[in-house]
Design a binder for this molecule. Structure first.
Ligand code: GLN
Length: 447
């Protein structure tokens, strides 16, 4: 823990962490040492883990990348933080992120952009960009992220990591600051599938404090990592290898799929015909849910409050005007509009119907294959500033990841190789509902 804290300090220009608290981390590390000495250690006892700043951790500043929570010390632990504490893991610090997890580049953070360790003029992806940079730069052996539309998988791809978004309902959302509640899911970001399996063993499981948590037993995900994948049917959606995909990324992804053939897998061409509708569908539903979730930040109960105001309404208005950044305001406005009387049927209801069609595409596809593969991101890490003034270009980075959240399925990104520019390329794996064990197995066989 001490060595990593030094390293975090040495590479603070990456801006991967919002908060480090050496005293707290070292106290946890000491307690872990004592536990191990008593012979009571578990797999993660004493392992330092970087936590995305979206998870409430008792006594820690928890900002969600926003000015509006820039003074918020969480008074309780999120369920996953509690589970890591029970396991004896050390909280190494809270990582930088796009404000309220809205973004694909980590540039919307109130705490500034995070730099990609593979090329510091590049973004690390987002919204879990701080977690991705921390693990990629070896500031932490593992980190947590959250994925509403790709925020674990896309930054994992852009920084050469293995990241897993579990099935919706697999990991508790209690104490994880809500963005779009029907899509949000926490998961691990690590250097390997094996590490992801270890973290998921701790993170997964039913939680009565999250009404959408699913009461299914948690298998030991490390047990099936080495299963044979002979005869595995890999579905390649033709829509994922067409227009918009960089040829360099396509080449690396195809080469990785070629390796799977050598391992005995069988390739099946599939179609996800509604793929092109995923972005418009998501960018109605996610802002709609966000506009409702973010109404709680009013300056009255906790967080930032504007200094000068005339009455209660003025206090709300000024607090929110000063406390939220531009992307968050854009989403609140889009979401409020989509939910308003007279427009609800045209936008929100339509998007809900599309969501069903997108989920059905996957159901159909999984009749002829076991795992779906394709690129995680259409390009390698882009330059800081390249898309920050063009929200539509930014939203297009989520083209391959978003439909997986809309369908509630588990998805992974694993390092596939490098593009000619030297930047990492991610291969995306999508599985059937609750089939995390198989995804981890398939990922592990490639690594
Ligand atoms: N990039 C997407 C967005 O901006 C997804 C973010 C996420 O998964 N949290 O909404």
């Amino acid at each position: 823990t001490r060595a990593l804290l030094d390293r975090i300090n040495k590479y603070k220009d990456l801006n991967a962490f919002i908060t480090v608290d050496p005293e707290r981390s070292l106290a946890q590390a000491k307690a872990a040492d004592a536990r191990i000495a008593r012979g009571e250690g578990a797999a993660l006892t004493g392992v330092p883990i970087a936590q995305k700043d979206i998870f409430c951790a008792d006594g820690w500043l928890t900002t969600c990348g926003s000015k509006i929570l820039s003074n918020f010390i969480a008074p309780y632990d999120a369920t996953i933080i509690d589970k890591f504490n029970q396991a004896g893991a050390v909280c190494l610090g809270k990582t930088n992120m796009d404000e309220f997890a809205m973004g694909s580049s980590n540039e919307t953070s109130y705490y500034g952009a995070v730099k990609n360790p593979w090329g510091t003029g590049r973004v690390p992806g987002g919204s879990s960009g701080g977690s991705a940079a921390a693990v990629a730069a070896r500031l932490a052996p593992a980190a947590t992220g959250t994925d509403t539309g790709g925020s674990i998988r896309q930054p994992a791809a852009l920084t050469g990591l293995t990241g897993l978004k579990p099935s919706y309902g697999r990991v508790s959302r209690y104490g994880m600051i809500a963005f779009a509640s029907s899509l949000d899911q926490g998961g691990p970001m690590c250097r390997s599938a094996e590490d992801c399996a270890l973290l998921l063993n701790t993170m997964a499981g039913f939680d009565p404090r999250d009404s959408t948590s699913v009461d299914e037993p948690v298998p030991d995900y490390t047990k099936s990592l080495n299963n044979d994948i002979q005869g595995l049917r890999i579905g390649l959606p033709k829509e994922y290898f067409s227009e918009g995909l960089s040829p360099e990324v396509a080449q690396v992804v195809q080469a990785a799929i070629g390796e799977y053939k050598k391992l005995g897998a069988q390739i099946v061409e599939i179609s996800l015909p509604n793929s092109k509708l995923a972005i418009p569908c998501y960018y109605v539903l996610a802002p709609a849910e966000a506009s409702s979730n973010l109404s709680r930040f009013d300056g009255a109960r906790y967080g930032y409050r504007a200094k000068d105001y005339t009455d209660l309404l003025d206090m709300y208005c000024k607090t929110r005007a000063e406390g939220f950044g531009a992307e968050v305001k854009r989403r609140i406005m889009i979401g409020t509009y989509a939910l308003s009387a007279g427009y609800y049927d045209a936008y929100y209801l339509k998007a809900q119907q599309l969501r069903r069609l997108i989920a059905q595409d996957f159901e159909r596809a999984f009749q002829s294959c076991d795992v779906i593969m394709g690129p995680t991101s259409p390009t390698t890490a882009f330059k800081i500033g390249e898309k920050s003034d063009d929200p539509v270009a930014m939203y297009l980075s989520d083209i391959y990841t978003i439909s997986v959240n809309l369908a509630g399925l588990p998805g992974m990104s694993i390092p596939a190789g490098f593009a000619p520019d030297g930047l990492p390329v991610g291969l995306q794996l999508v599985g059937r509902y609750f089939d995390e064990a198989r995804l981890l197995n398939v990922a592990h066989r490639y690594q």
